[in-house]
Design a protein. Structure first.
Ligand SMILES: Cc1cc2nc3c(=O)[nH]c(=O)nc-3n(C[C@H](O)[C@H](O)[C@H](O)COP(=O)(O)OP(=O)(O)OC[C@H]3O[C@@H](n4cnc5c(N)ncnc54)[C@H](O)[C@@H]3O)c2cc1C
Ligand code: SF4
Length: 330
C-alpha cells in the first residue's frame, strides 16, 4: 500500500475545500470498501478526506412525512432507527442482511451507495477490466460470471452493484442529495447510477468532487408492509446472488399499491417498473405475481453461467409478494 495523506473535515465546506485541493483525493466514510481497494492497488488516492465528523449523522422526519437520512449515518444506526423499522421495514432488513455487525458499525450510507462492484476481475489489478482500465476489455463475459448481471448490462461490462441498502432505497423512491463547490444537487436513486453502455467506468451522475450529504425518503404508507429477501451462497457475511425489496397494499383481494426492486441482477439496484405496472389493480395471487415477474424478466439477457438467476428472481418475486399478500389478508 503506498503512502497517502489523511485529513479530517468538520463541515461540508471544509470537506469540499480539502478534496478540491488535491485532484487525487477521495472522501473516506467507514473505509470498509475504499481501504480494501487501496490495499490491492485498485484505488491509489494521494490523500483521504475523512467525512465521519461531518454533521451528517442524523435521521430526521421531513415536513411531508418522509425521512431524511444523513450520509454519515452508519449502517447499524440506520437499521436500528425506530422510524426506519416502523415505516420502511424492508430497509432495516436489507441493511441487516449485509456484511457483518462490525462492518455495519463502520460503514456509512454515502459509502454504501458508492461501494464498488465485487467482480473478481475488477478487484485484481493483474486482469483486464473496462471498469478499472477503460478499453482494456471485459474478461468476465467469457470467464467467471456466475454472479453477474442479467438485466441492463452491455458488451463492455456485466458487473452487478453489490449494495443491499440501495435496493430497498430504490423501491421507496429515495433521492440522493449532494454538495459540490458550485452548489447543491439531487438525483432520484433510480437515475443516480448511469447505464453501463460503453462507459462502465462512469458509474453515477455525481459531478467530480461531489460530497453525498444524505438520502431522502418520501412518505410511502405502502412501505410499512414491506420485506427484503436476499439469497446468497452462504447464510451470512456474503453478497447477494439475488434479492428483492417489495411493498404491497392489497384491499378486497386487489393490489392497490406496490413497490418492487431487485438486487444483484444489474449494475444498479433495479426498479421493477414493468412488474409494478402489471400488478397495479390486478387480483393479488400467485398467477398475477408470476405473470408480473415474467414481464419484468422478459428483458433478461443471461450469460452461459448465470441463467439460474432468471429462475431464482422469478421465484423470489413470487414468494415475497405472496407472503406480503397473505399478511395483508390476515
Ligand atoms: C466482507 C464484506 C462484506 C460485505 N457485505 C456486504 C453486503 O452483503 N451487502 C452490502 O450492501 N454491502 C456489503 N459490504 C459492503 C459494505 O457495506 C460497504 O463496504 C460499505 O457500505 C461502504 O461504506 P463505507 O462508509 O465504509 O465506504 P468507504 O469504503 O469509506 O467508501 C466507499 C466509496 O464511497 C466514497 N464515499 C464515502 N462517503 C462518501 C460521501 N459522503 N460522499 C461522496 N463519496 C463518499 C469513497 O470515496 C469511496 O469511493 C461488505 C463489505 C465487506 C468488507
Ligand atoms: S464485468 Fe465489468 S467489472 Fe467485471 S471485468 Fe467486466 S468490465 Fe470489469
Amino acid at each position: 500500500m503506498r503512502e497517502f495523506g489523511y485529513h479530517r473535515a468538520y463541515d461540508v465546506a471544509g470537506a469540499l475545500a480539502l478534496l478540491g485541493a488535491d485532484p487525487d483525493a477521495r472522501f473516506l466514510g467507514g473505509g470498509t470498501n475504499l481501504v480494501d481497494l487501496m490495499k490491492t492497488g485498485v484505488e491509489r488516492p494521494a490523500s483521504l478526506v475523512d467525512v465521519r465528523e461531518l454533521p451528517l449523522d442524523g435521521i430526521e422526519p421531513t415536513a411531508d412525512g418522509g425521512l431524511r437520512i444523513g450520509a454519515t449515518v452508519t449502517n447499524s444506526d440506520l437499521a436500528a432507527h425506530p422510524e426506519v423499522r416502523r415505516r420502511y421495514p424492508a430497509l432495516t432488513q436489507a441493511v441487516l442482511a449485509g456484511a457483518s455487525g462490525q462492518l455495519r458499525n463502520m460503514a456509512t450510507v454515502g459509502g454504501n451507495l458508492l461501494q464498488r462492484t465485487r467482480c473478481a476481475y475488477f478487484t485484481d489489478v493483474t486482469q483486464a477490466c473496462n471498469k478499472r482500465v477503460p478499453g482494456s476489455g471485459c474478461p468476465a463475459i467469457e470467464g467467471e460470471h456466475h454472479n453477474h448481471a442479467v438485466l441492463g448490462a452491455s458488451e463492455h461490462c456485466v458487473a452487478v452493484h453489490p449494495s443491499d441498502m440501495g435496493v430497498a432505497l430504490t423501491a421507496f423512491d429515495a433521492t440522493v442529495t449532494y454538495e459540490t463547490p458550485d452548489g447543491p444537487g439531487r438525483s432520484p436513486l433510480t437515475d443516480f447510477y448511469l447505464p453501463v453502455a460503453d462507459t462502465p467506468h462512469q458509474e453515477t451522475v455525481l459531478p467530480p468532487g461531489a460530497l453525498i450529504t444524505g438520502v431522502t425518503l418520501p412518505p410511502a404508507p405502502v412501505a410499512a408492509r414491506s420485506r427484503y429477501r436476499k439469497v446468497r451462497e452462504r447464510a451470512s457475511y456474503a453478497f447477494a446472488i439475488g434479492s428483492v425489496a417489495a411493498a404491497l397494499d392489497v384491499r378486497d383481494g386487489v393490489v392497490q399499491d406496490v413497490r418492487l426492486a431487485l438486487g444483484a441482477v444489474a449494475s444498479r439496484p433495479w426498479r421493477a417498473r414493468t412488474a409494478e405496472r402489471a400488478l397495479a389493480g390486478a387480483p393479488a395471487g400467485a398467477e398475477t405475481f408470476a405473470a408480473a415477474a415474467d414481464a419484468e424478466l422478459a428483458a433478461a439477457r443471461p450469460l452461459p453461467h448465470n441463467g439460474y438467476k432468471v429462475t431464482l428472481m422469478r421465484n423470489l418475486i413470487v414468494a415475497v409478494l405472496t407472503e406480503l399478500a397473505e399478511e395483508a389478508a390476515r
